[in-house]
Design a protein around this ligand. Sequence first.
Ligand code: ATP
Length: 610
Amino acid sequence: MPKFSIKAASLQKKYKVYFIILWVALLLISLAIPLVAGSYYLRLVSLIFIYIILAIGYNISAGFSGITSFAFAAHFGVGAYVSAVAITAYNLPFFVGLILGAIAAAVVGLLVSLPASKVKHHYLALISIGLLEMAHRVFNEWTWFTGGSQGLFVSNWTIFGFSLDTLQKYYFILLLVVICIVVQRNIVKSRWGRDLIAMTDNEIAAAGVGINFSKYRIIGYFFSSLLAGLAGGVYASYSGYLSPDTFSFQFTVFILLMVVLGGQGTLSGPIIGAIIATLIPELFNAAPDLKQIVYGALLVVIPQVLPAGIAGTIKKHFREIDDNQYIMEKRDKKAFEIKQNVNSVGTNSDSDDILVIKDLTKKFGGHTAVENLSMTIKRGTVHSLIGPNGAGKTTTLNMITGVDKPSAGLVIFKDKDITGKSIVDLVRQGVSRTFQHVRLFNNLSVVENVAMGGRLFYSYSLTDTMFRTRKMRNEERKSFYEAMDYLDLIDLGHQANNEPESLSAGQQKLLELARALSMKPELLVLDEPCAGLSDTETMEFSKLLNKVREAGVTVLMIEHHMDLVMEISDYITVLDYGKKIAEGDPASVNSNPVVRNAYLGEGAEIYVTS
Ligand SMILES: Nc1ncnc2c1ncn2[C@@H]1O[C@H](COP(=O)(O)OP(=O)(O)OP(=O)(O)O)[C@@H](O)[C@H]1O
């Protein structure tokens, strides 16, 4: 293993120990607070704990799922009222009230996320503002349920017949917070967490590794509103009184501030944010009206001076500890062959023709980008698609891989009609691709980017994730070892822990290729894989492509490096103005006058053999 990795691994271990000490110290301090704090401060810290649960909920939505919602005060309020009414009016046990409150908030969350999964981001924000306004009205006007503007008194907090005092309530809430922090951590450090980060980073690339991001958004928002409802339920019983004014837009500003200030998309951000934002009003006891002005001002200033929030900024300096725990461990370095890693399970067709397209057409408004294109790709070959700029090559690949829907025509893959199927469907059937403009997940490390390709082969469940079962840890370890093998293949093993943005343009292209390969495709679709590669990297790429072909993977490729195309292709199709103008083996295409004319004008050669 290169020295860099060893150094990174030892740093990871060192930082990890520091962070474990820090977490244990925080827990001990939290346990000891009641010994020194009076009842006022005990209540204040309990409130901070409740807000930490709420902020974790909002962080899963805004930080990890990329959903900016202004409705969290409403989810918190729904959880609070439903739980309070269940306990007070229906005499249900405290735990039942808590669960009902959380579920009610999550169901309201579905009302926001279901339409939002179909519309663009800013519409979701609008929908959430509408919901907040509605909820506020309901809390105020639905008097028989909420007590209206008079508020609602909540019965004393009892568990199994025992009425809890302030101290017992404190420890109960602390226990809930610890559970929420551990669950958040376990989810984020798993395939689910990486999926959420990936889809927030780049939706098309996320779909390209098989993530159904609409579904994920709905599930992510469901969980976050569930946590907000849980926090609301605890708040109701803790405070003993609910007023509709608590769940206003101002409270939403407070929730936003907690997460933005702490650092959205980080694990400790909600904790830091909840502590600071709850303590701010303590500074303004003499002039409470100033509190809202300070919150607003902080929301304006923080994104500009500290865009990653406090935890995000600290995290940048300790990046090594944050991920890739499995590559810290010693790996058995064995010879790695793409061949052994090709997925033949999905191969249910004996046909030599892996992909057939018939009369494929794509119109953008009045412009026909591809017209009546038919071609056949033979299994196990490298098939290149060439043509001048704007000829319709990328559009063709987009239709084949489910990024664009064809206006007419058929796409048959392994004897099955896949016309118009989504990219997520095709990935599962054995098609993977790279993009003309590289699409990486910049908030994941280099090795995690490759591991994203292997996500198709995970089988551990959400329950495995929450409890970090042996099954989960084994699958994660296997996946990261394999991702490292792919990185070694493209000579980027020593960069495993780095951010993709720190790589050169050529290395980023290779990384995207490694990710596509780790999906073990039967058909690998490459859009200008050598754009940005140096001459040496292009030569390495050509060797790699030969290994891919030897492994039995079929390659469909757009490429402008004609020497590479002529050297490596088994077959070439040439497009011009959206139509096929020639096809054949490299020699016949190279000598075809129509092709030469299309490329460089009458009499020119597109490739001169040396
Ligand atoms: N989403 C779109 N909306 C409108 N027109 C589009 C769209 N995508 C592509 N086109 C047009 O379709 C034509 C074919 O574009 P395409 O990107 O497929 O060409 P290409 O052969 O891949 O070109 P290049 O080699 O420059 O990438 C171009 O005229 C382009 O402007």
